[in-house]
Design a protein around this ligand. Structure first.
Ligand code: SF4
Ligand code: SF4
Ligand code: SF4
Ligand code: FES
Length: 952
């Protein structure tokens, strides 16, 4: 038995209060009713031999190794499929059982290559373990009969191998793909001796529907499905629990290590966000952390046309500090600022905002959440009183009707999507509100009951139309609203949404959605026992993003769907630590814990702890920083872990702004697009090289633990600390945990959080305080955080971004499973095997009108700029709407997006850009310029002056 593997109790845990007591080999044990005899035995400390059973999958009963004897029952029942009953007397060992089990093992072993010593899973193979457990000493059938020893391996997946010669046809992989992942990519083809696992229609794994989540690899008890990293490196010798650094699901992993080398990342069965599941990014795409492109030495240069010079940490930090002070002396205290990153830890973002407020002396700090979920913060705070999602992910398992709006969970939040699909397969109903036919609309064993395929930019109209039906058809949960919400605001809202202009019929022309579908969806949601809403950037990244978030909260309050399991308003956060970076005070108007900088009581607490006077005026938001740079009043920027050139809208505008500044300090693991405009480069540390915490979309604070030394010698928080000290504002932390202790002292919702508690509980959902010392899984239980829930008026204002004769199509953007955000990490992994370029998706009708064929180069022009991408023609799109991803810098997706933004938060309107498409044969002018500029910057990096030359 491999010491790294947590115990496997054979069959899944059964929930329930009723228990039964039975005896296993004379040991009495009480278990919830419905628990298998196998699990009961394991809980009594008796491990019954097994092969086809594992506690992450429903029992299957095929291998016949787990036979037991039960008093009063005939024969030898399989313990994995037999439910424990009160009074049962179970015997797990007897001469007859031993003989039967050996017989089973003989059958398996006679068709199994006995190359254990050179097998990749030697020491971590359940077949090997079971042969030892049952005491197999001979194989009477010999090894000369028909066998599968020469069966051909499938090496097509970049991350794992399928070696059918080692398959025992236990079906665990097939069930994992169905039950855990919900993709149904695998079957057992053939019968009897011929039966073998098959991906798709006898295809290779890569050619099949497989999404490379790794669930089958985890489930496989033999070496048949094995990670290529394990084949290459051998078995790990220790493991460390840490958290995925990709999306807002925040999956927990065991980093399995050999010294300081990662052998594989295994999803943690005890991880509360993922419960042992993962997706291709967290499970396999971690190789970027040691990629050759990593820059591990600090660098400086005077102008962006100069070659980089490698310098010591001391020199780089001193140079950055003196430049910032020089700029402030010349242009004023407010002429510099900082940007925190949602990819960095809570402790790191906290320190960057502290540096800006305490050492820079202003509030010019903002974060990438500005461009994704800032409307969530605004909208949920205004209505419910807290800028965060209301539930746990597990809550979806109690929902009856689920609305997914402006989100594509199978690509963006895959592990949550697997949970959601499981719930849908169990009978819950799904309403999708999205301009595209996302996978959830119709997938294997999952079909949306209703798809409201609206036109981009009409979210508020749809939400108002849904509210109109709920109010006018008397579907409001009046008792809930009367007791929990502000009644004058409710009365106003009711009158507002009931007005005829908000009826589905009146809004049909604007939304493009049949009124009858809207009515059916409203009834379905309002009449459900538990209705839950999940939404994403398709809600927030609009001119009316904040309005839609408030509209969603209105719907949930009106139907009584906030404050218990199975319901709620749930923003699916994009990056791993979007929630955390917002919690930590990354916005220019808010100190940690969402408290306004103008609040003198709050400021006084921070002033006392930080020993500095704080500015009471909110600072600049990112778009304001760009404007100020162009006006020559904002001249210095410290940008940690963000790539604003690639991720922010209107790339040319961003580039012009950065080119206007005198000192840009970029801290990152790669020379990203923003670093090409930088004067100081401070090497960053990957999630494997530092300690800290991430907070996921459920408000769950999870540990990030250092498993290897920081490649550049410093963890990111240590760099910020050094910069602060060089600026003359002292910071002294010996460990990231001390930063969390300070956060807890200053932030009421974090007051009960400590590293010791996180280690003890695995993770904690804030608020965690004296009232809720173990955290808060569900928010707003008895009352809303703001006291009474507040209905907000949500007038629909059509976007300024309208189709015209010149720009007759609407472009919307999103992401794809295998790539992550700006792609800096995933582009440096084998994930490019799935997605190696961004494409423009369009409906066949629009393609035909323009003479565009699949794969053609297509010019895309908006009022902001032009770019060229290859065409992908698909029925997923509706006519008049086109779509692209933004994972590759040369695609220039954000060259086309405009400066239009959310009225409340300035979140860019990425999801609506009027464009025209035309077939072309060459790159756009911008792309030509980008290539030339990138080539020049790569040369300046490649020919960087090493430290010795510089010193000479
Ligand atoms: S990797 Fe995931 S999707 Fe692919 S076959 Fe295995 S379980 Fe199914
Ligand atoms: S590949 Fe592994 S899990 Fe799947 S049937 Fe074969 S041995 Fe079992
Ligand atoms: S990317 Fe998201 S879903 Fe995938 S493993 Fe990481 S946290 Fe989980
Ligand atoms: S483990 Fe029970 S039949 Fe295979």
């Amino acid at each position: 038995m491999n010491v790294l593997n947590p115990p496997d109790l054979g069959t899944p845990k059964i929930a329930g209060d009723a228990s039964v007591t039975l005896a296993i080999d004379g040991i009495s044990v009480s278990v919830p009713k419905g628990t298998s005899v196998m699990r009961a035995a394991a809980l009594a400390g008796v491990n019954v031999p097994k092969l086809c059973a594992t506690d992450s999958l429903a029992p299957f009963g095929s291998c016949r190794l787990c036979l037991v004897e039960i008093n009063g029952k005939k024969g030898f029942p399989a313990s994995c499929t037999t439910p424990a009953e009160a009074g049962m007397q179970v015997k797990t060992e007897s001469p007859r059982l031993a003989q039967l089990r050996r017989g089973v093992m003989e059958m398996y072993i006679s068709d199994h290559p006995l190359d254990c010593l050179t097998c990749a899973t030697n020491g971590n193979c359940e077949l090997q373990d079971m042969a030892g457990t049952v005491g197999l000493r001979e194989v009477r059938y010999g090894f000369d009969g028909a066998n599968h020893f020469d069966a051909k391996k499938d090496e097509s997946n970049p991350y794992f191998t399928y070696d059918p010669s080692k398959c025992i046809v236990c079906n665990r992989c097939v069930r994992a793909c169905e039950e855990t992942q919900g993709t149904f990519a695998l079957t057992i083809s053939g019968r009897g001796f011929e039966s073998r696992v098959s991906a798709g229609q006898d295809e290779s794994f890569m050619a099949s529907e497989c999404v490379s989540c790794g669930a089958c690899v985890d489930a496989c008890p033999t070496a048949t499905l094995t990670e290529k990293s394990v084949i290459k490196l051998g078995q790990a010798e220790h493991s460390v629990i840490t958290t995925c650094a990709y999306c807002g699901v925040g999956c927990s992993f065991r980093a399995e290590m050999k010294g300081s080398q990662v052998v594989r990342m295994v999803p943690n069965k005890d991880g509360h966000a993922n419960e042992g599941h993962a997706c291709v990014k967290g499970r396999f795409a971690w190789g970027y952390a040691t990629h050759a492109d990593r820059i591990t030495k600090p660098m400086i240069r005077k102008a962006i046309t100069d070659p980089w010079q490698e310098v010591s940490w001391e020199e780089a930090i001193a140079h950055a500090a003196s430049e910032f002070r020089r700029i402030q002396a010349r242009y004023g205290r407010d002429s510099i600022g900082g940007i925190t990153s949602s990819r960095c830890t809570n402790e790191e973002t906290y320190l960057v905002q502290k540096l800006v407020r305490a050492a820079f002396g202003n509030n010019n700090v903002d974060t990438c959440a500005r461009v994704c979920h800032s409307p969530t913060g605004y909208g949920l705070k205004a209505t419910l009183g807290e800028s965060a999602g209301t539930q746990t992910f597990a809550s979806v398992e109690k929902a009856d009707v689920i609305i997914v709006m402006g989100a594509n969970p199978t690509d963006g939040h895959p592990v949550f999507a697997s949970r959601l699909k499981r719930r849908l397969r169990a009978g819950a109903k799904l309403i999708v509100i999205d301009p595209r036919s996302i996978d959830l609309v119709s997938g294997p064993h999952v079909k949306a009951a209703i798809h409201l395929k609206l036109k981009p930019g009409t979210n508020v109209a749809i939400v108002n139309a849904l509210a109109h039906v709920i109010v006018t058809e008397n579907l409001v949960r009046e008792d809930y609203v009367q007791s929990r919400c502000e009644l004058p605001a409710y009365a106003q809202w009711k009158t507002f949404v009931a007005a005829p202009e908000n009826s589905p019929e009146a809004l049909e022309a604007a939304t493009g959605v049949a009124a009858s579908d809207v009515r059916e969806a409203a009834r379905m949601y309002a009449q459900s026992q538990n209705g839950a809403i999940y939404y994403g950037l398709g809600v927030t990244e609009h001119a009316q993003g904040s309005t839609t978030v408030m509209g969603i909260a209105n719907l949930a309050m009106a139907t009584g769907n906030v404050g218990r399991e199975g319901v709620g308003v749930n923003p699916l956060r994009g990056q791993n630590n979007v929630q955390g970076s917002c919690d930590m005070g990354s916005f220019p108007h808010e100190l940690p814990g969402y408290r306004h900088v103008s609040d003198s009581t709050v400021r006084a607490q921070f002033e006392a702890e930080w020993q500095v006077t704080l500015d009471a005026e909110p600072g600049l938001r990112i778009p304001n920083m760009f404007e100020a740079a162009l006006e020559q009043t904002f001249m210095g920027l410290y940008c940690q872990g963000e790539d604003i050139v690639q991720s922010d809208p209107d790339t040319q505008h961003v580039a012009d702004a950065l080119s206007s500044m005198e000192c840009i300090v970029v801290q990152d693991i790669f020379l990203n697009e923003t670093a090409k405009y930088a004067h100081v480069f401070l090497p960053g540390s990957s999630f494997l090289e530092k300690n800290g915490t991430f907070t996921n979309a459920e408000r769950r604070i999870s540990p990030v633990r250092k498993v290897m030394p920081a490649q550049a010698g410093m963890e990111d928080w240590q760099v910020t600390m050094a910069l602060s000290n060089a600026l003359g504002y002292p910071m002294n932390y010996a460990h990231a945990s001390e930063i969390m202790d300070e956060i807890a002292r200053l932030t009421p919702t974090f007051s009960g959080v400590s590293y010791a508690k996180i280690d003890e509980l695995g993770s904690i959902q804030w608020p965690c305080d004296a009232m809720a010392p173990l955290g808060t899984p569900t928010m707003h239980v008895d009352h809303f955080v703001r006291g009474k829930g507040r209905f907000m008026l949500t007038r629909y204002v059509p976007s300024d971004e309208k189709v015209t004769r010149k720009f007759p199509l609407l472009l919307t953007t999103g992401r794809i499973l295998s790539q992550y955000n700006v792609g800096a990490q995933t582009r440096r992994t084998e994930n490019v095997a799935w997605h190696s370029e961004d494409r423009i998706e369009l409906h066949p009708h629009d393609a035909e009108q323009r003479g565009i064929d699949e794969g053609d180069w297509v010019g895309i022009a908006s009022r902001a700029g032009q770019t060229v991408l290859r065409a992908s023609i698909t029925q997923r799109m509706q006519p008049g709407v086109v779509y692209t991803t933004f994972h590759f810098p040369e695609s220039g997706a954000n060259v086309i997006t405009t400066d239009s933004s959310d009225w409340a938060t300035n979140c860019p309107e990425y999801k609506v850009t009027a464009v025209q498409l035309v077939k072309v044969s060459q790159p756009s002018e911008w792309q030509e310029r980008y290539r030339a500029f990138s080539f020049e910057q790569d040369q300046l990096l490649a020919h960087r002056l090493p430290r010795a030359v510089h010193e000479a």
